[in-house]
Design a protein around this ligand. Structure first.
Ligand SMILES: CC(=O)SCCNC(=O)CCNC(=O)[C@H](O)C(C)(C)COP(=O)(O)OP(=O)(O)OC[C@H]1O[C@@H](n2cnc3c(N)ncnc32)[C@H](O)[C@@H]1OP(=O)(O)O
Ligand SMILES: O=C([O-])CC(=O)C(=O)O
Length: 439
């Protein structure tokens, strides 16, 4: 058994015992109250699941195993750019709660390389789709097509003992993450590069190889990919892609089908697709104004016009965060460090100056600040990845690290089928009548 798997087995077995004993004593202890607004309002803030890999604070933003993004940048082993953390190292951290050594992170790079072969039928499945099929649709179809490789599904079919679920989930997770960059790059090249595919590198790390297969050899872009694939990986369990993965995984759907479901959630414009919506919104604005350098007044007018059409300002607002997203700030820092001047990046920063005041003035938006999606597109455009219909696939490749590490934990800890209670408005009426009668 490899070291990572052994560590995961030992840590998850110990936690399973601890959870069993704490539940034996405290399972009736109240941790939350739920009000009607929350039932109708998308279950905001209700504590209703366990997610070990990361936790979100409304003010401070995301912490991965209690480490903030600046801490990840400082403490995780880095790629060959010497500055940006390796997503391999973040996966290790999320899976076993320890910062890996550089040698351990490099081992993971090689392990994923060994597991990276994509079966030919996945490519022929993609090739059967029209090239104008949205990249996220192609991505989820390809992941579903790869399900033929699921060790979990075949072992379940053979009567796997539930004590072995963690093992099969770990194997599928490692294989799936290993294969994703090639699948994702294939989608990009068939859609935007006339199907001229690029063979994987035998020397690059996971992010560098992905950049290489996309067709980008610029070392700065590879550094950006390391940062990008790290910061998008996980955002606790309640976000739509993670929660979908959690729910579908709880049915013992295998990791391939489960992850594909999560990616369908990521493809929604209020969630991961917002990154494409942001850059589309910016390009539409620049076209309408006929300039690449709009004034703040022009941007403010465009924001008001967007709101007047009953649309949201993409990249702004958040269901949990109440401050500028530290992932936005990390990308801004990257731009300040690497990019001397870029028109689109400048526009993103001006939008940051203008939008929060306008959204706050509406009096209903709980978080007027930018989220992760407000910045990412401008960086990609800068390095030449302009096809924004593809952006959410990059997000999805990163999100695999978090949601699949969490899935390993869910299966190792033996979490049951998720099945919350729903009510009808008729039930609510009766509930209110009873409430009034008692008062
Ligand atoms: C990776 C990610 O998923 S990050 C999020 C990416 N999504 C976006 O950037 C899309 C734009 N933002 C939004 O639509 C929202 O802020 C969400 C979906 C992210 C969060 O939604 P909620 O938690 O419901 O936000 P909130 O409680 O502040 O919403 C209250 C009202 O403000 C509105 N609002 C919130 N954000 C915005 C925005 N960016 N532009 C305009 N209106 C907004 C809501 O639509 C809602 O209006 P309504 O009462 O008329 O329906
Ligand atoms: O936390 C959320 O609801 C959305 C989000 O930012 C993410 O999933 O990265």
């Amino acid at each position: 058994m490899d070291t990572l798997k052994k560590k995961f087995y030992e840590k998850s077995s110990a936690l399973k015992v601890e959870i069993k004993s704490l539940l034996k004593e405290h399972s009736e202890l109240m941790v939350d109250d739920v009000n009607l607004g929350q039932i109708y309002g998308g279950a905001r803030d209700i504590k209703m699941m366990v997610w070990e890999t990361s936790e979100l604070d409304a003010m401070e933003g995301i912490r991965f195993r209690n480490m903030s993004i600046p801490e990840l940048k400082e403490k995780l082993p880095k790629g060959k750019d010497g500055k940006e953390p390796l997503p391999e190292a973040l996966f290790w951290l999320m899976l076993v709660g320890e910062v890996p050594t550089k040698a351990e992170a490099d081992w993971l790079t090689e392990e994923w390389r060994k597991r990276s072969t994509v079966p030919a039928h996945v490519f022929s499945t993609l090739d059967a789709l029209p090239t104008n099929t949205h990249a996220m649709t192609q991505f989820t179809i390809a992941i579903n097509a790869m399900q033929t490789e699921s060790i979990f599904a075949s072992r379940y079919d053979e009567g796997m003992n539930k004590d072995e679920y963690w093992d099969a989930t770990y194997e599928d997770t490692m294989n799936l993450i290993a294969k994703l960059p090639q699948v994702a790059a294939y989608i990009y090249r068939r859609t935007y590069a006339a199907g001229q595919h690029i063979a994987p590198s035998t020397t690059e790390d996971w992010s560098g190889n992905y950049a290489h297969m996309l067709g980008f050899e610029n070392e700065e872009f590879k550094a950006l990919m390391r940062l990008y694939l790290t910061i998008h990986a996980d955002h606790e369990g309640g976000n739509a892609s993670a929660h979908t993965t959690h729910l579908v995984g709880s049915t013992l759907s295998d990791p391939y089908l489960t992850f594909a479901a999560g990616m369908n959630a990521l493809a929604g414009p209020l969630h991961g697709l917002a990154n494409q919506e942001v850059i589309k919104w910016i390009f539409d604005m620049l076209e309408e104004l006929g300039t690449t350098a709009p004034t703040k007044e022009q941007i403010a007018d465009y924001v008001h016009a967007t709101l007047a059409k009953g649309q949201v300002v993409p990249g702004y607002g958040h269901a949990v965060l109440r401050r500028p997203d530290p992932r936005f700030m990390a990308q801004m820092e990257f731009a300040k460090e690497y990019i001397r001047h870029d028109d689109v990046v400048e526009v993103v920063w001006k939008v940051f100056d203008v939008v929060p005041g306008i959204l706050s003035s509406l009096g209903k938006v709980k978080n007027p600040w930018p989220n992760v999606d407000a910045h990412s597109g401008a960086l990609l455009v800068h390095y030449g990845l302009k096809e924004y219909g593809y952006y959410t696939v990059l997000f999805g490749v990163s999100r695999a690290l978090g949601v699949l590490a969490a899935l390993c934990w869910s299966r190792a800890l033996g979490f049951p089928l998720e099945r919350p209670k729903s009510v009808t408005t008729e039930w609510v009426r009766q509930f209110l009548a009873e409430h009034k009668a008692k008062a």
